[in-house]
Design a protein around this ligand. Structure first.
Ligand SMILES: Cc1ncc(C[n+]2csc(CCOP(=O)(O)OP(=O)(O)O)c2C)c(N)n1
Ligand SMILES: [Mg+2]
Length: 440
């Protein structure tokens, strides 16, 4: 046993003799379970000491001008316009649906204000059939892939056209197998280990190996969950092409990111798992595109995970259940919107290339608003799915006794109150066939 260890040391010795100069206190020795050099200084280290923070990759400055020496991703007028239109579609949609929730027409909503560059840039850098496992603020990825406004409305209204969840999910919990977008689930971070599993499955599927990755979005708050570590650990030790995209928007509801970690953000955790990592300016869509394209390339080339931390700021409230001015100053939000607006930054870049002007801006804004309002009005007029569908699809095979019992109880109540109690009658009228399918 001892002889074997010595053999390992001597074969590694030439490397170390180059790495460590004469007179150094480091010995040319290795321990059996690590390649770490042996030293005699009692040095602790920490990535956030001094100026040792991980840098932030950026291409465009605050006014949309490329930094000196920065390499732009491949981009032409048509592609740039498509990026910009998708970035502008998000706030148009968000403003309408936020207000629709305030009017009580849908139960809940979450906006992506401030994170348009991170979301649209990532979507544009992925292939359309890369598997996406999102948190909840990534509707922009679905829209980029052609998910229609009617489908967005159908899911949020839970109407008869919501063929992903038949109105049984909370609004914003999108899912679409056609668009390779896995259904959102509320418990934070569950998508992170699932993404490592999905990517492993891709790696084991000959038709998709070396061609598709799993891209996993999560907030810096979700990265405080045990599932974050389980997911990175899984992708690290059972290698798979998983692209982890952490959206660091400064808040987990009311908890600022400064209270969520004592280390150097989320990026510093990547090297601990042996995962290639980059931190990127999440308000610079070109930097996001380059980082995600390169991250994706590495995932496929090495069959391994990559971590990207996109730095941004959550301009909107966390959700319609939150009033963020209870825990942050209105002025801070207004400042961030003005000083570092991802949409404005890209528009200035487009204008300086002669790809955009005030007329194009006015035309786009009117067109998007008309499209969104049309889809909203249509969704509002549609009925919900049949009431009986409340009880279907949860279990495969024979229906279990508890579901049968619950249906029977509802039928009994409907017979008793469905016609005579006005709140029930009004509610029933919103369902296809006015809930009659259950009474037959
Ligand atoms: C396991 C779990 N704990 C708590 C919550 C409540 N919750 C919902 S969103 C959220 C904040 C998440 O913040 P972050 O991951 O940074 O995403 P962001 O909302 O900023 O996009 C919390 C605490 C939850 N949904 N699941
Ligand atoms: Mg957050």
């Amino acid at each position: 046993m001892i002889r074997l260890e010595l053999a390992a040391v001597s074969s590694a010795a030439p490397t170390f003799s180059r790495a460590f100069s004469k007179g150094s206190s480091r010995y040319r020795q290795l321990l059996p379970t690590t390649n770490s050099p042996i030293v005699s200084n009692l040095d602790f280290f920490n990535s956030i000491q001094g100026n040792e923070q991980i840098p932030t990759y950026r291409i465009l400055d605050g006014v949309g001008k490329p930094l000196q020496g920065a390499e732009l991703p491949e981009i032409d007028r048509e592609f740039a316009r498509r990026l910009y239109e998708n970035m502008q579609l998000l706030p148009t949609l968000d403003n309408v649906l936020y207000n629709v929730q305030r009017q009580g027409k849908i139960s809940f909503y979450m906006t992506a204000h401030g994170e348009e560059a991170t979301i649209v840039g990532s979507a544009a850098a992925l292939e359309l059939d890369d598997e996406v496992l999102g948190q909840y603020r990534e509707l922009g990825v679905l829209l980029w892939r052609g998910f229609t406004l009617d489908k967005v409305m159908a899911q949020c209204f839970g109407n008869e056209e919501d063929n992903s969840g038949k109105g049984r999910q909370m609004p914003v919990h999108f899912g679409s197998p056609t668009h390779h977008f896995h259904t959102i689930s509320s418990p934070l971070a569950t998508q992170i280990p699932q993404a490592a599993g999905v990517a492993y499955a891709l790696r084991r599927t000959p038709s998709r190996r070396s061609r598709s990755i799993a891209a996993c979005f999560f907030g810096e708050g979700a990265a405080s969950e045990g599932d974050f570590h389980a997911g990175l650990m899984l992708a690290s030790t059972i290698p798979s092409p998983t692209l982890f995209i952490a959206r660091n928007n400064g808040f987990a509801i009311s908890t600022p990111s400064t209270e969520q970690y004592n280390g150097d953000g989320i990026a510093s955790r990547g090297p601990g798992y042996g995962i290639d990592t980059i931190r990127v300016d999440g308000n610079d869509i070109l930097a996001v595109i380059s980082a995600v394209r390169e991250g994706r390339r590495r995932c496929l080339e090495q069959g391994r995970a990559v971590l990207i931390e996109a730095m941004s700021y959550r301009v909107g409230h966390h959700s319609t259940s939150d009033d963020s001015f209870a825990y942050r100053a209105r002025a801070e939000v207004e400042d961030r919107k003005r000083v570092d607006n991802p949409i404005t930054r890209f528009r200035l870049f487009m204008e300086s290339n002669g790809w955009w002007d005030a007329d194009a801006e006015a035309e786009l804004k009117t067109r998007l608003k008309v499209d969104v309002m049309k889809a909203f009005k249509r969704a509002e007029s549609l009925k919900r799915c049949e009431l009986g569908e409340l009880f279907t699809d949860v279990y495969g095979g024979e229906e279990p006794w508890n579901i049968r019992e619950q249906r029977k109880e509802l039928v009994g109540l409907l017979k008793k109150y469905g016609e005579i109690y006005p709140p029930w009658r009004n509610e029933l009228a919103k369902f296809k066939n006015n809930g009659k399918d259950l009474l037959n």
